[in-house]
Design a protein around this ligand. Structure first.
Ligand code: NAP
Length: 306
């Protein structure tokens, strides 16, 4: 049990914040955790399930004494939240966030914060398709990366302390600049989500034609798409609105590759298809060797259905 910050405030009480709270409890990383969510329903749920030591009815009370303030709201809401908490922050406090996009969050948040606090943006690369205060669990961040994205004003001691905090939550911690982060995440997360949303949309259209056969005979590949496409609509709307350039860049490349594969199928170019799929299979092996996923068939879910 090592307390890294005496008091932590979580603003927004959904999947990420609730997982952070249970992780903080598990490792004893703070003496007190306060929390705030905008809706009474979420605050009531938080009180009912013991999420946070103190659930506050306004943001000012939640952050006033906090040594670490974590913004856990959708990316598009970060700026307004920063403006509201700014006058109430304790001098010497660190403000961080968990937003999935970094450049736009920095631009939205930094101008509101006083010079007396440190701003160290962050992004845990961990999540599920569930959301809300009941969806969190302590092990969400175990062995997952958390990327810290210090600004030019972040001081090294504040970054090091936040690093220890995330390590205490079970994460491996890396550092990146904001633009690089946004490009990497466009490749690894944002574009794949958009592709999953599209594929499920296409199947839904077909489903209407084939009277729900798409669901009934849903095979492993498609079921994985539906899991991804069940992710929170507001969060993902904001990701695409705020990581527009990088996502469009990657989707442009994706479309070119798709056309090349389409041509290979049309012209019966087996060697091209086989070479391509051999290369992609090696990438999957690399992910498993890096410990970022299981090599159990069907992600360890039991029966494999192709
Ligand atoms: P979530 O479960 O949907 O919770 C979001 C929280 O933000 C809720 O407490 C909600 O309040 C609050 N909120 C929503 N809109 C708001 C607004 N306009 N103003 C103030 N508060 C608002 O979301 P989450 O999955 O924890 O995501 C939170 C952040 O983590 C996002 O920035 C997301 O990009 C990032 N992130 C998510 C994942 C993931 O896989 N889910 C992974 C890494 C990072 P109410 O409950 O009162 O509506």
């Amino acid at each position: 049990m090592t307390v890294i910050y005496d008091r932590v405030a979580l603003i927004g009480l959904g999947l990420i914040a609730s997982s952070m709270f249970w992780g903080i409890r598990r490792a004893g990383l703070a003496s007190e955790v306060s929390g705030f969510a905008r809706s009474k329903a979420t605050r009531d749920t938080a009180r009912e399930i013991g999420l946070c030591d103190r659930v506050c009815d306004n943001m000012a009370d939640a952050v006033r004494e906090a040594d670490l303030v974590v913004l856990c709201v959708p990316v598009g809401a970060m700026g307004a939240v920063a403006a509201e908490i700014a006058p109430h922050l304790k001098p010497g406090a660190t403000v961080t966030d968990v937003g999935s996009v970094k450049r736009s969050v920095i631009e939205a948040v930094a101008p509101h914060l006083p010079d007396t606090v440190q701003f160290v943006p962050g992004h845990p690369l961990a999540g599920t398709e569930h959301s809300g205060p009941r969806s969190g669990f302590a092990s969400l961040f175990d062995n997952r990366w958390c990327l810290l994205v210090p600004t030019e004003h972040s001081d090294a001691a504040a970054v090091a302390r936040l690093r220890s905090f995330w390590e205490g939550l079970g994460s491996n911690v890396g550092e990146m600049d904001a633009d690089h982060h946004d490009l990497v995440l466009a490749v690894t997360s944002h574009a794949p989500h958009l592709i999953a949303y599209t594929m499920v949309g296409v199947a839904d259209d077909l489903g209407r034609v084939t009277d729900s056969e798409v669901i009934k005979y849903s095979a492993a590949g498609f079921r994985d798409f539906t899991r991804i496409a069940a992710s929170d609509p507001v969060m993902w709307r904001d990701v695409f609105l705020t990581n527009k350039d990088a996502t469009l860049e990657i989707l442009g490349r994706f479309t070119e590759e798709l056309f090349a594969l389409q041509r290979a199928i049309r012209t019966g170019d087996g060697p091209h298809l086989q070479e391509y799929f051999t290369r992609t299979r090696a990438i999957r092996r690399g992910i498993i060797e890096a410990g970022q996923d299981t090599d159990a068939p069907n992600f360890g879910r039991g029966t494999v259905q192709k």
